[in-house]
Design a protein around this ligand. Sequence first.
Ligand code: GLC
Length: 666
Amino acid sequence: MNKIRKYRIGNPIQTDAVVEKIAIQKGKIPYLKKEEKSFVYQLNAEDRIYGLGENVRGINKRGWIYESNCADQPNHTETQHSLYGAHNFFVVEGKERFGVFIDYPGKLVLDMGYTRMDEIRITPEDWNLDVYIIEGKEILDIIKEFRTMIGRSYIPPKWAFGYTQSRWGYQSEEDIRNVVKGYRENGIPLDNVCMDIDYMERFKDFTINQETFPKFPEFVKEMEKEHIHLVPIIDAGVKIEEGYETYEEGVEKGYFCKEKDGSNFVGAVWPGRVHFPDFLNSNARKWFGHQYKILLDQGIEGFWNDMNEPAIFYSDKNLDAVMKKIKKMDNRDMDMWEVFGFRDLVNGLANNPEDYASIYHNMDGKKVCHDKVHNLYGYNMTRAAGEAFEELEPEKRVLIYSRASYIGMHRYGGTWMGDNQSWWSHLLMNLQMLPSMNMCGFLYTGADLGGFGADTTEDLVLRWMALGVFTPLMRNHAAIGTREQEAYQFIHKEAFKNIIGIRYGLMPYLYSEYMKAALRNEMLFTPLAFAYPKDEQAAKVEDQLLLGESIMIAPVYTQNAEGRYVYLPEKMKLVRMKSMTDIKTEVLEKGHYYVDIALDEVVFFIRPEKIVPYTVGGQYMEEAEKQELKTLDFVTKTAEYELYEDDGYEKDYENPKHYRTIKVEA
Ligand code: GLC
């Protein structure tokens, strides 16, 4: 019997989230009781809920109300209901064990024991959806079934695992040269520099500011010589401007989103008034994807897609209406209500639901209101890029990661976790979001290390880096106007050099584990609850994760801590690294410990009979690759490790020549 059962209600819009062909079942959906407006599941006291991808709160998602409604949301407080992604997959574990995927591209409310602590209540806006119920012997079996059903996760080029520096505000070639210099002069490893909107000519996609980047292809080459990849941002909105090719072509071909009356919808983002490409129209998607060629032709090999929920600062029509109202308020002695009303008017301009409801897509001939497919927009922007890269660069992997996403996008690109803050709580949130993202297929992901918004502190950056060492995307990114947080800006340069160096040293392990997780539809980051299902203590741990088959991580996420409490679900070997040449180990029995972890250390734990291949690292990926392979292990008899090696660009992932077995005998 198939472990996955699919049910259809109404006439759902096809999302292409699922790649496996699964027959639709008739009859009652198990576990979920269908009421008039919602699905309901009665929770038992011991039940835990896992999944939901990119969201606030803990690894166990029980006790809050989430909304799948891709949001341009820079305030990742625990009171939020939506972030940038819409990932409707979760697993209930307790009295019963089952997975649920609701393939529905509109807004979906997932009340996970919020209104009533003993009830899950899932409410779509209409009854046109597919429901998948997945059963399995263990949580990990359910996840693997689901991941197989949605298809293989995106695999970036290997250089994308190198450390990345980013900041909104690098204005010119000179600024970027200085960043690279700051790293190289201090011997701190670096592979990539992101280019934020500042590189464009007045924030126009696929343009380069000729004053600040006068010879861009030469500059790309110059950086290449320094072993640096430049990674430019692409925004969803296309500036309305006569003579701007992308705009004119899009208008001429009718590839932008429309108003009900068929005119092009006008919103505003960074460049002012824009049109939004209709990524849900396959011709428009193809057209937009091919725009990336403009930058590929100049030597670029990677991109990040932003503002693709889509974020709308205001719409033409809404701005008019608000301006009129504000004019009437002119010269008034405003009381409390009027001031509040005034504020609401202004704040309500951005990402206004009425605007979303007035946008229309041409889904290959069918006119569809944006509201019904909101969560597919960013997904299809990244799909546009991914599909185009397959055509434009068939032999080579191209890096792409997106802010907004829906399940299905995981096959085309990665994500970053959006505009977090320089808060200690967001370091923990970063950790807690990793497994839920993995459950939904998103393996290439990471948060803005050091925090995007607000001024950071040196110790926060150091501690966050010590987690970032392990995340596939290891990127330090910050907002314009905040404290500079490049690793060389602080006094503990040596510590930064060593911690980032550890990333490069552990690369043989990190890359192998990534590739195996992607190729086998497995988790990269696993909560202890999944790996040790019989251990009641493990189920409670919300701040440690297994990474791949060999190690457990337990980073420090509070300020002024000299270490932290760690639970060992089995006997493990503690590894304390100050650098790749200063490694101490100690075997610890199963149990609870307070582990001292200094600011300049990375600590992790090796599981019994497991191996961690490593090298001494290097200043950039190519250099690190040349180093001699060594192993750390906790082997008492004999054990084997499957190393995955390739040139980092090729796409014959399944070729057995990429695997090498490392054997260790005690
Ligand atoms: C958005 C992105 C952020 C970027 C900024 C400017 O806020 O999430 O990463 O720096 O836009 O482009």
